[in-house]
Ligand binder design. Structure first.
Ligand code: AMP
Ligand code: SF4
Length: 461
């Protein structure tokens, strides 16, 4: 089944005046995690107000929409574009009225048993408006017979499997929950305002920097936080099993973020250094594929002593290429996005560094534009291992058949991308760069998923 609720950014702001403005700036800082749609829910003292639409944060919100979202609690979401569906019904937050009152929720991650649960709920009479896994969670909460929202949420969480960072607004309460594996990142910060202290919870800490918020800690895997009456209560709902997404360090997160307690830039640079130790190539310059290849290319250059050159320039006004479903459009978008500097490349033996190979489209285009710019040799180096398995935990990867490294040998891939040589960082090198691969998911590189993650509760018993 194709998953609809992918990558994404979530934010929750609690106990600060004009919370919507802070949530807006946070979403702005996390725009790289999703560009398809954006939205926000705010409790204005009487009711939960929601505004969401397709588009970038700056297109969805303006002075007037934000001024109408008044209140001290706000939750927000950026949605990642996926192939096929572009419905505004799939934008978040998801709002509902149930017997206990109003509820609105944002979700980052992907439930692995959403299909099974959806089928069961549909048979029991539930009707769905979107393809979001998140709607399944709302139905489970609405059907719970417990007496408080908090208890209903706890009960719903027991049935779901896979990855989730959830932030709920329940009028004057905000509830945060992270899955027992801590697959997707979620950090807690403190905001000082004239009226005292407030809190922020966000997918990436780069959101805190923009607001002058102080990073406190990560929300623990399996932890639930309740923000109410200016206090936070923490409950460890599930024992933490730690299976954090290592790909966050490779591609998704912004280099200036602290993810899983570590700085992304330093890790990416170390990946480049490690690659230089693993793979020594005679060449004249090291060129990054901007932007995600920059820190690792810098690391490679520093370790190898080969000069670093910004030989490819990126047009920042074109979205990420991966999201286009048609192969021909993807190829054109690579050309629109990346342009080589002929004066830097011509006559040189070039090492070009990118973060990952998925379908191979980008790599092939990059080698082509470098050769067209006059490169004598092009050595393609990738600062992660070959992607051989799809992700089921909320990251938009194509099926196994479309992953070029899953279906072809290394030399076949090299021939396809037309590079003079092709090298990937080893799994051991990746582990060394991160510190250790203990407690990390690297299933897209080794195919080892969480046991039982596709089963329902009943099947597990
Ligand atoms: P491809 O052209 O299909 O091989 O995609 C590889 C490029 O996509 C790399 O340059 C990465 O920077 C980028 N990339 C890797 N994973 C993802 C993802 N899940 N979403 C969007 N872009 C990605
Ligand atoms: Fe991250 Fe890959 Fe695991 Fe998905 S499969 S959670 S992308 S490491």
């Amino acid at each position: 089944m194709k998953h609809w609720n992918e990558e994404c950014a979530v934010v929750g702001v609690y106990g600060v005046e004009n919370a919507s403005w802070l949530a807006y700036y946070s979403l702005f800082a996390m725009q790289h995690r999703g560009q398809e749609a954006s939205g926000m829910s705010v409790f204005d003292g009487e009711a939960i107000q929601t505004h969401k639409a397709q588009g970038l944060v700056c297109e969805v919100f303006n002075q007037s929409t934000l001024s109408n979202l008044k209140g001290n609690i706000a939750i927000g979401h950026n949605r990642y574009a996926t192939a096929g569906k572009n419905s505004s019904l799939d934008a978040q937050p998801l709002y509902a009225r149930c017997s206990l009152g109003e509820i609105s929720v944002v979700h980052n991650g992907n439930l692995t048993n959403a299909g099974i649960l959806r089928e069961r709920l549909t048979q029991e009479g539930s009707i769905f408006q979107s393809f979001l896994d998140t709607e399944v969670i709302l139905h489970l909460i609405a059907k719970s017979k417990k007496e408080s929202f908090e208890e209903c949420i706890k009960e719903a969480l027991k049935s779901i499997r896979g990855a989730y960072c959830l932030i709920f607004v329940l009028r004057d309460k905000m509830i945060v929950a992270r899955d027992p594996y801590g697959l997707r990142p979620l950090s807690l910060g403190k905001i000082k305002s004239e009226k005292g202290e407030g809190y922020i919870v966000a997918s990436e800490s780069c959101a805190f920097d923009l607001l002058g918020a102080e990073y406190v800690r990560d929300v623990n895997a399996g932890e639930m936080l309740v923000f109410h009456n200016d206090k936070i209560t923490s409950t460890q709902l599930f024992s933490p099993k730690d299976f954090k997404c290592i790909f966050e360090y490779i591609y998704f997160a912004r280099p200036d973020s602290q993810v899983f307690g570590k700085n992304v830039y330093s890790i990416r640079k170390e990946m480049g250094r490690e690659l230089a130790r693993e793979c020594k190539i005679e060449s004249d310059i090291v060129v990054p594929v901007p932007d995600s290849g920059v820190p690792s290319a810098l690391g490679y250059a520093l370790e190898s002593g080969i000069p670093f050159e910004l030989g490819i320039i990126r047009n920042h006004y074109v979205g990420r290429t991966f999201i286009e479903s048609e192969q021909s459009i993807r190829e054109l978008k690579v050309k629109l996005k990346l342009n080589p500097i002929k004066e830097v490349i011509e006559g040189k033996r070039v090492i070009v560094l990118d973060d990952s190979v998925v379908r191979g489209t980008t790599s092939r285009q990059i080698v082509k534009i470098l050769k067209n710019a006059g490169a004598k040799e092009v050595h393609l180096l990738i600062s992660s291992p070959p992607t051989i398995s799809p992700c089921f935990y909320g990251v938009d990867t194509p099926s196994k058949q479309e992953l070029i490294c899953a279906t072809h040998t290394l030399d076949e891939v090299r021939k396809y991308v037309r590079a003079d040589s092709l090298h990937f960082l080893s799994l051991e090198g990746l582990a060394k760069s991160v510190g250790s691969n203990e407690g990390y998911c690297q299933a897209c590189f080794d195919g080892k998923y969480i046991e039982n993650c596709f089963k329902s509760e009943d099947e597990e018993e």
